[in-house]
Ligand binder design. Structure first.
Ligand code: SF4
Length: 182
């Protein structure tokens, strides 16, 4: 991983955050936490570059904090993948400590894009629309366009470059716990 690739990814993340903040302000929405905590969602992440960036952030943590997080990751992994219907589990991400993300600057795309009503355009398919977090929260509002497509495309580009440089290949579909453990 070169610093340039981290820097490209970081720039994409900044643009995501900026767009998210702008859209949230159109709704007058300020996330102050809720029962339906998005860090309890079963998110899967699909790029090696995001995993590398997350692990880079993780390595900067103090040894005792890392050790605790790894213990939580083991528990998370065993509960998630031993349960027949893991989608019904609402387990807190091992990197969330006392309500805060330990690697906030390094968190993956889906953690950044979550929460707001959005759309995603895939070639040959009708647009996918998402209602945003906490079902119903945004129902009373007109939709303010939040198109995730350009961000997915940009992440795909840096992922291609990363794979070429690192020799990584194949499919990746991992929770944060798996990223930390494997
Ligand atoms: S990586 Fe951070 S923001 Fe994403 S789910 Fe885990 S604690 Fe939450």
């Amino acid at each position: 991983m070169t610093s340039d690739q981290f820097s490209n990814l970081s720039d994409i993340y900044k643009a995501m955050d900026k767009t998210w903040d702008k859209t949230a302000s159109q709704y007058g929405f300020l996330c102050e936490g809720c029962e339906d905590n998005c860090c309890k969602s079963l998110f899967f992440h699909h790029t090696f570059i995001e995993k590398a960036f997350l692990l880079h952030g993780f390595e900067l943590l103090a040894p005792d904090i890392k050790k605790e997080a790894l213990t939580r990751a083991k528990t998370y992994f065993s509960k998630t993948f031993s349960d027949e219907d893991s989608t019904s589990l609402k387990l807190m991400c091992p990197l969330n400590k006392e309500g805060k993300c330990l690697i906030y600057e390094f968190r993956p795309m889906i953690c950044r894009l979550h929460g707001l009503p959005h759309e995603l355009h895939k070639p040959g398919s009708p647009p996918l629309k998402g209602p945003g977090c906490h079902a119903g929260l945004f129902d009373e509002h007109p939709y303010f366009p939040f198109d995730r497509t350009p961000f997915y495309k940009e992440i795909a580009q840096v992922e291609i470059q990363f794979r070429q440089n690192s020799g990584k290949n194949g499919r990746i579909k991992e929770t944060v716990a798996q990223m930390l453990l494997f």
